[in-house]
Write a protein that binds this ligand. Structure first.
Ligand code: AMP
Length: 366
């Protein structure tokens, strides 16, 4: 089967690495000439709304999917007229707007931080009065990795925040004093079957995901999985969806969802029977879903900015290296390591060793 992918970055590359053994062929549309997925299929270089590229993609593909959520709605509409596009356009529209997203969480009975729409300067004063300080002001559209948001601690900061972010649709959210950040990845097939992965626990550095680890017996998994399931059914979704949540003393509050495979699920390659990448492809291609059960314990470390010496890492047991074939640049994700252990103790020891060899501060895995 031939799969068209909007985006040619590392997520598209890992989709292709999972899909080629299933006999799938790929074409990728990406504005960058050196998009790292191009090595694994037909590379179409052009803007996402380039009509000639979209025509070529539609001619090639029997199904189209995407690796990032800011695909313009008009693009998926144009493609959907000629070829099935999964996940559905509605999921994209909701994920692209933090207000629609949080409103949907609320409608479905999924806990989420208190929030207010901010369209005028006066709304900001009202939100401050109702939510209290501190609170978080975010752009409704196109924010990621902590970009387009500010933490406001006192009334004196409101004018500056409005100056920086005002003029665009915004959302104010109560600041959540969470104990940890977790995510759950779930997949829904064309026939409506849903399978969920074990919970992942995530740590960020400078707003970018640094470490993600599997938590196969986490007591909150069920709560997270039920929330993801509700979203999948509500959106008549096909493919992998990632729901990010805050753990607030045993109750979960949903922060956002991504309508795609996710960095907090890279560990599923070595840490589950069938990875998020393969299951996304199985879903969008109408194939049977694969088993999402955990295999041992795993933790993933993102390689950001530059690569450490690789040979010492490769000499460690059960450390798996994934390079994305991207030029090193500060803040850029260029690869990741997955460390596998039979149990938490073995994983913690191996992960500490891998961090040391990668020149990273130790991340104690509790
Ligand atoms: P986001 O762009 O919504 O994923 O936010 C980026 C990061 O900011 C999250 O991973 C959290 O660490 C933090 N954050 C976002 N929203 C809140 C909130 N309402 N309360 C506390 N921390 C937040």
């Amino acid at each position: 089967m031939k799969v068209g992918v909007l985006g040619g970055g590392q997520l598209a590359r890992m989709l292709a690495l999972a899909g080629r053994p299933l006999g799938l062929d790929f074409a990728f549309l990406d504005p960058a000439a050196d998009a790292c997925a191009f090595a694994l299929g037909r590379g179409l270089q052009g803007d996402y709304d380039d009509p000639a590229c979209l025509d070529e993609l539609a001619e090639f593909a029997e199904v189209v999917t995407f690796e990032f959520e800011n695909v313009p709605a008009a693009v998926t509409e144009r493609l959907a007229a000629r070829v099935p596009v999964y996940p559905p356009a509605r999921a994209l529209a909701v994920a692209q707007d933090r207000l629609l997203e949080k409103s949907m969480f609320r409608e479905l009975g999924i806990g989420t931080p208190e929030f207010r729409a901010i369209d005028a300067r006066g709304d900001l004063d009202r939100a401050a009065a109702e939510l209290g300080f501190p609170f978080v002001l975010k752009t409704r559209h196109e924010g990621y990795d902590g970009k387009g948001q500010r933490l406001l601690r006192e009334a004196g900061e409101l004018d500056a925040a409005w100056e920086q972010l005002g003029g665009r649709p915004l959302i104010a959210e109560a600041f959540v004093h969470f104990e940890r950040e977790v995510s759950v990845i779930a997949v829904r097939a064309r026939d409506g079957e849903v399978r969920c992965y074990p919970l992942a626990e995530n740590e960020h550095e400078d707003g970018i995901l640094a470490v993600s680890r599997s938590r196969p017996e986490d007591p909150l998994a069920e709560q997270a999985q039920r929330a993801a399931e509700k979203l999948l059914h509500q959106l008549d979704y096909v493919g992998v969806l990632t729901l990010e949540l805050f753990d607030c003393g045993g109750s979960l509050l949903a922060n956002e969802f991504a309508p795609r495979v996710h960095n907090s699920g890279h560990w599923t390659i070595e840490g589950t029977t069938i990875s998020q990448f393969e299951n996304h492809l199985r879903a969008v291609c109408g194939l049977p879903l694969g088993c999402t059960r955990a295999r041992g314990r795993v933790a993933m470390l993102n390689l950001i900015g530059e690569l450490p010496p690789l040979e010492p890492l490769l000499a460690l047991s059960d450390v798996h290296l994934h390079l994305y074939d991207k030029a090193p640049r500060p803040g850029r994700k260029i690869g990741h390591l997955t460390v596998w252990g039979e149990d938490d103790a073995q994983l913690a020891a191996r992960f500490a060793e891998a961090c040391a060899h990668a020149g990273r501060a130790p991340h104690p895995l509790g």
